[in-house]
Design a protein around this ligand. Sequence first.
Ligand code: UDP
Ligand code: MG
Length: 324
Amino acid sequence: MDVKMPKLYIVIPCYNEQEVLPITAPMFREELRILTDAGKIDPDSRVLFVNDGSKDSTWEIIQDLNRQDAHFQGLCLSRNRGHQNALLAGLLESRDQCDITISIDCDGQDDIHAMEQMVDEYLSGAEIVYGVRSSRETDTFFKRFTAQSFYKLMNRMGTETVYNHADYRLVSARVLKEFANFKEVNIFLRGMFPLVGFKSTSVYYERHERLAGKSHYPLRKMLALAFDGITSLSVEPIRIITGIGIAISVISFLLIIYALVAWIAGRAVAGWASTLIAVALIGGIQLISLGVIGEYVGKIFLETKQRPRYIISERTEEMKEDAE
Ligand code: UDP
Ligand code: MG
């Protein structure tokens, strides 16, 4: 049987990762070797690093790796654009060069060996394979709790995300070609791939601690990511506001009738406390509502400008091919 083996690109965004990159780069290379030896991927598969405007020597390390071994390739963004945009750059730039991509963080937290299972799933017909964490034992209770709440909130707010799946995922070039038509600038990849469709499945793996360096996702950034994810993919919050508005209007209407009746009956008392509470409550709700609506208006503002989602300033040799 002479089936063509898929060419794999492992896409890895890196931001200030000079401590961990020298440790994990050989691990990714080794995984390519294992998969090649098992006859599951093309020997010309690559590890593609996307340097997301690092301020340390990350890009120099990537260039060094590339000089020693052409299986390592790199793209350098012109400035820091954040994890999602860096990943998007890597995926879109490699879609014409390969058959499948696997995106993963460069810190070794996600079990690299799960790639074999992902490729197996692809070979048996799946176009998207989500890597799902089977346990979070190595995370602190706080990180675990906030992360779980994150997924629950996301789903309740009407975005379709795979539970406990971050950005460790196999996506075929075919899916990426369709995905390239999603032109939005506010991107939340893990919520967008389910929208593209195609046959998908999940593989489960253990998540470890970072091998070196420190997390770039403290609580503040995680909340920002959740908020961004929700407002980029769903209008549920606006509906909730409308719902609250309707409920409060109904209550207010009943209150007005009550007040009128009381007034006519001559029982109107100086209701200072109740007035104050009502004004403060409505004021608060109105401000929050305005804020949420403002967030959507801001998103529309950003989308209409259609600015490029990433700008590549440097590429290693092989990644130059499709540059016009
Ligand atoms: N990352 C990036 N740009 C950023 C922040 C992070 O490319 O502005 C990369 C980072 O190098 C890593 C991945 O995104 O490969 C995930 O970041 P991190 O490990 O800090 O997040 P955590 O795993 O703690 O959620
Ligand atoms: Mg990490």
